[in-house]
Design a binder for this molecule. Sequence first.
Ligand code: C2E
Ligand code: CA
Ligand code: CA
Length: 538
Amino acid sequence: MTSYAALTDEWLRGVVAAGFVPGVRARARSALEDLLEEFVAAVRAEPFDPAPGRRIGVELVDLRMSAPPVLGTTVHLLAGQLPALLGEQSRERVLALLENLSVGFVAAQRDLAVRAAEEMNRSEKIHWRAVQLDLQRRLQQALLHSPDTGLPNEQHLRKTLADLGGGRSGLLLLGLDQLDELADTLGDERRHRLLATIARRLRPLGILAHLAVDLFAVLVPGTTGPDDLIKVADQALQLLAAPFPIDGHDLHVTAHAGLVERPAAGTDPDGWLHDARLALRWARHDQLGPALFDPARADDERRRHHLAAEMPAALDRGEFTLHYQPLMRLSDRTVIGAEALARWPRPGAGLVMPLRFIPVAERTGLIRPLGRHLLEVACRRAAAGPGGLISVNLSPVQLRDPGLVASVADILHRTELPAARLQLEITETAEALQYRSVLTGLAALGVRLALDDFGTGYSSLAVLTTLPFAEAKLAAEFLLDTQRRDVLGHIIDACHALGMTVTAEGIETAEQERLLRELGCDHGQGYHLGRPQPTLSI
Ligand code: C2E
Ligand code: CA
Ligand code: CA
């Protein structure tokens, strides 16, 4: 990686090679240094404005660095090296500034030429024109093509996308995996040849572009539906899967494909590329082959993203609360406790339900402080009441936290809730059941453990005998299928045999309640027995 100083030196060498006769070299260098500084400031400016590029182009000519190759050198150097210095995301800005720089340079040069033309003869004029055309061509090449393969670059692809006619089109992004590591072992020269070979293989598939070293795009105009593009994607992946013989070695490249297929009208180049990049991320994440852009999934992700961003502050403001749903003993319909269920009354957006925000909190890790907060609220409220069980949900992510047992103990201590009045619900997942020592630690505090949604996971009864669960909560799904009455009876009996009590969830009818009572189920929960409410009455 070069520094600004090295870049300035190289720029000066290029300018001198282009025929600039430096009067005082040091002065020329410091002038270029100033221009580079100005250029970098323009790249970083918020909001971005490419206009300063033009002024820098004019200044180069004013400094008498007006020979045509100066522009070529400048574009080549700055486009090639600045993105590495300023971060890859700056590439577009650098290119936009260079485009303006060339406009300024050529305009200023033309002014010079017009003045000079009065003294020029005809053949000199023809020569000058040829030089200008050559310059333009090289500038186009540098601005619109990949330095690695000479293929159209992202800028170029954007222009092509903007010019798409009516009808449908497809855009396929191909991301190569681990090219950096491969490049380190290969060296630049072989990497170059590998990329050239990849380009040759992909070229027949459509309009090919090379957006970043490890990112190719194939534009397929005139598709009739997503299937057309999926076929192209499958072909592309197949072509890339075949080994690449370089210097007698068979190199292997793996790639993922993100796809967008839609009517060309109504999406701008930014939209195409954004959506295709998103689809490529899905392909990498899901590992299920080519991923087609899906607006519903994108919407959902955007909403989750917003939620994730807002949740920490909402937690600080104390916005998360609990609703409480009664747990009833079926034999005599006594309320023996309540399950605490998380709620987020999000200002301006209504009541957000836990199935929306708990998975987001699990992904961001916020579930730990959020879970502690909810547990504390539940324990404090329960401690203020006369008695009864308070049942709080724990996420598997919380079980991973080695500090969990200590933190539960601390909350019990501070809220003065007797441990026997707290029940922790742990969903039956393979992951949750791995944390045997945490589960044992919690049970040792005197807390009851309940296996939530029992029957949806795959824990065998044998596993359960070795874990300290005092209670099984039967998933509501069991109640929906009256054909499974026998199965239900067996499961209840088996749980009893293991010393567990059984709660049936999701009881919605008197009929279901009666059936469960007959089968000897201990407790029930459901809309028929009591809905979740903001107040706790135990
Ligand atoms: P869950 O633990 O299985 O909670 C029972 C869910 O069933 C609750 O939904 C409850 O409102 C709903 N429900 C109760 N009775 C009936 C009924 O008769 N019919 C039907 N169809 N549904 C009924 P909710 O409150 O939306 O919670 C959904 C899930 O979110 C919970 O399922 C639990 O897995 C999770 N969750 C809720 N609160 C917390 C929490 O504080 N921490 C964690 N980690 N997860 C929570
Ligand atoms: Ca639960
Ligand atoms: Ca449940």
